[in-house]
Design a protein around this ligand. Structure first.
Ligand SMILES: [Zn+2]
Length: 636
């Protein structure tokens, strides 16, 4: 073991028997397959959401061999962990949440002592394994629990094709410890490989390149995947089902159920162009292929940036590509989040704020400045709403650098990380000019690729490589104010006031009694702005007029439909209830489902009975990440 100090970052880096990336030279680290990213050792890089003790002993490679059992709703098999350790390390601590462990041995199959500690309701349990002086490899035989938090098991009826069951995982933020026994901390990067056994006729896809062609024999098919780069363990992902593939370009393609594949491929037609646009901005795409997996409607998020294979909700399929900024977002994560990754969930904004900024730049490149400015303006609305929801301008959770200690990290995450983060970067860009900012941003990804990062590293890097000692500029940027203080700094760059001028005028005059405006030429973003700018309390007559003008109860555009249903629920608008039921019982995207069911539940007279009825039917469709929150409403 050796310690390496670098002057370029304030952090002291620890490498455990491995090479450290060259941060001083400013040249790309070009992580090779054998490189293990260092563990950051500054106090702000200590992960409050993990039990791991990486400075004593860390996992550097995970090899899974798992059988997918749809009847038992379990993954069962072995995890082989290669570790780096201090020579005198007595133990390694892994993260566990409900794993049923049968045995723990070393690489020679000699048993190792292990114990599962007390359960923390947010974090799960520590799994402590005693190390012998020569232990370098650990083999764990285990099963995931049938209610593992990362996994959703769908019946055939809950899929689009209705023929075969379906399984998918969602690891971010701390869910993968429910199916992979490892150190589940984003600051502990690990390479990984997996051999997956599924019933013959089903397809397993994962967030890594295929290591071999699938083999089918004896009633099962075997798939193998291998990720040579070290990644944060939340990025290990699996989906199994009736899946088909269609190429979109030389290195891009789409996976989906056969029933969904044509519409998905159509909507994703610009994907190859998107990768090219992103590369122009941020440098070469480092992950080989970029494919999108369009999941059944239960997927709890818009998208999840699993490396090489974005997992996406089918609700972005509007038929006119009007919601594909979602894909721009997930693709941008190939740099921000996947290359340079928040070391702890306190710095989630480094993943999401940078990505939201980059998403709009990709949208600008592909669909023009006006579209991007509209999305920026909608983002500022979302940020302001999040500020209100999180205690106003002095609310602790309106800071970019959060404190999630003692909480589930997801509790701290909100549009602050996404939109205040993006506004911060946009402000820097507007202050120093686009060219200079882009140079810095490209350099940031180069300097930190395949590395964990913190807010302090970000600030140090930007001071060293962009501000370069210009005191007046440093003050003007209000860097520390943006990162460490609540609220929104006064220097925030804004899009032109004219962006939604027509929609805002139309909303005001409609609220005052005018006829509903003709919105046939408006974009989705313009329609959303109009709906969101209507007063939250409207008469039945006004709501009837909106519904009659645009048939919002029947719209296929899920973002527009959500904006409408949100307004309808707030006004106890009965004619929207069938549409609401259909919407909530046909997809499980948390962004849509959680606020609507919560708003209904709060309205004890009108809404709660509706929420109770819908939730009883829809709950099996929702991912544990969503039901964990909604179960607290105690419906039914
Ligand atoms: Zn994101």
């Amino acid at each position: 073991m050796k310690f390496v100090h670098t002057a370029a970052v304030l952090a002291m880096l620890l490498t455990v028997g491995c090479r450290v990336a060259d941060r001083d030279s400013g040249k790309p680290a070009n992580a090779s397959s054998s490189e293990v990213a260092p563990i950051l050792t500054t106090p702000d890089a200590v992960d409050p959401s993990s039990f791991a003790n990486p400075l004593e002993a860390r996992v550097k490679h995970v090899a899974l061999d798992l059988t997918v059992d749809f009847d038992a709703k379990r993954l069962a098999g072995t995890a082989a962990l290669d570790i780096d350790r201090k020579p005198d390390a007595k133990q390694i601590i892994l993260d566990d949440n409900g794993l049923e462990i049968a045995s723990v041995t070393d690489g020679d199959k000699k048993p190792l002592e292990w114990k599962v500690g007390a359960k923390d309701k947010n974090l799960g349990t520590p799994l402590t394994i005693a190390l012998r002086p020569d232990t370098q490899r650990i083999l764990i035989q285990y099963k995931s629990a049938s209610d593992a938090g990362a996994l959703l098991w769908l019946t055939p009826e809950q899929t689009a094709g209705k023929k075969l069951p379906f399984l998918f995982s969602q690891g971010e933020s701390i869910e993968n410890r429910s199916w992979i026994p490892t150190q589940d901390s984003p600051g502990i990067r690990q390479s990984w490989e997996a051999t997956i056994h599924v019933p013959a006729g089903m397809t397993a896809v994962m967030s890594a390149p295929r290591a071999a062609e699938p083999i089918t024999q004896g009633g099962e098919s075997v798939f193998s995947y291998k990720m040579e780069h070290g990644v944060a363990p939340y990025m290990i992902a699996i989906a199994v089902g009736d899946l088909a593939f269609k190429p979109l370009g030389p290195r891009t393609g789409v996976w989906a159920e056969p029933a969904t594949l044509p519409a998905a491929a159509n909507e994703l037609a610009d994907t190859e162009k998107m990768v090219a646009a992103a590369e122009k901005l941020y440098g070469p795409y480092q992950w080989g292929r970029y494919d999108v997996l369009v999941l059944p409607p239960s997927f709890p998020f818009g998208g999840m940036e699993n490396p090489t294979l974005t997992f996406a909700t089918p609700t972005f399929i509007a038929g006119d590509k009007s919601l594909v900024s979602l894909i721009a977002h997930e693709l941008a994560h190939s740099w921000s989040g996947n290359l340079a990754t928040n070391a702890t969930w306190n710095d989630f904004w480094l993943n999401e704020g940078m990505t939201t900024y980059a998403e709009r730049r990709i949208v600008e490149e592909l669909y023009g400045k006006k579209t991007a400015e509209e999305q920026v303006a909608l983002g500022i609305d979302a940020m302001n709403e999040a500020v209100t929801e999180h205690g106003g301008l002095s609310g602790a959770d309106t800071r970019l650098h959060l404190d999630v200690k003692g909480r589930h990290p997801d509790e701290g995450s909100s549009d602050i990380a996404y939109e205040k983060g993006a506004a911060f970067l946009r402000t820097i860009e507007a202050t120093v000019g686009r060219e200079r900012f882009d140079d810095w941003l490209k350099g940031w990804f180069n300097r930190h690729q395949f590395q964990p990062v913190t807010s302090a590293i970000f600030l140090s890097d930007i001071r060293q490589n962009l501000v370069k000692g210009d005191k007046a500029l440093d003050q003007k940027l209000m860097l520390d104010r943006w990162v460490y203080q609540p609220g929104v700094p006064s220097n925030m760059a804004r899009p032109p006031a004219t962006v939604f001028a027509d929609q805002d005028r139309a909303a005001t005059s409609f609220a005052g009694g005018s006829a509903a405006p003709d919105w046939s030429k408006w974009t989705t973003d313009e329609r959303l702005r109009f709906l969101n700018r209507l007063p939250r309390k409207l008469t039945k007559e006004r709501l009837d007029a909106v519904q009659a003008a645009y048939d919002l109860n029947g719209t296929r555009n899920m973002e527009v439909r959500f904006a409408w249903l949100d307004l309808a629920v707030g006004n106890r608008y009965d004619p929207a209830v069938p549409s609401l039921e259909q919407f909530l019982e046909s997809q499980g995207r948390g962004k849509f489902v959680k606020p609507l069911i919560k708003a209904l539940a709060k309205d004890s007279q009108w809404g709660r009975p509706i929420a109770t009825r819908i939730y009883a039917k829809a709950r099996p469709l929702y991912h544990p990440l969503v039901t964990r929150e909604l179960d607290e409403l105690k419906l039914g």
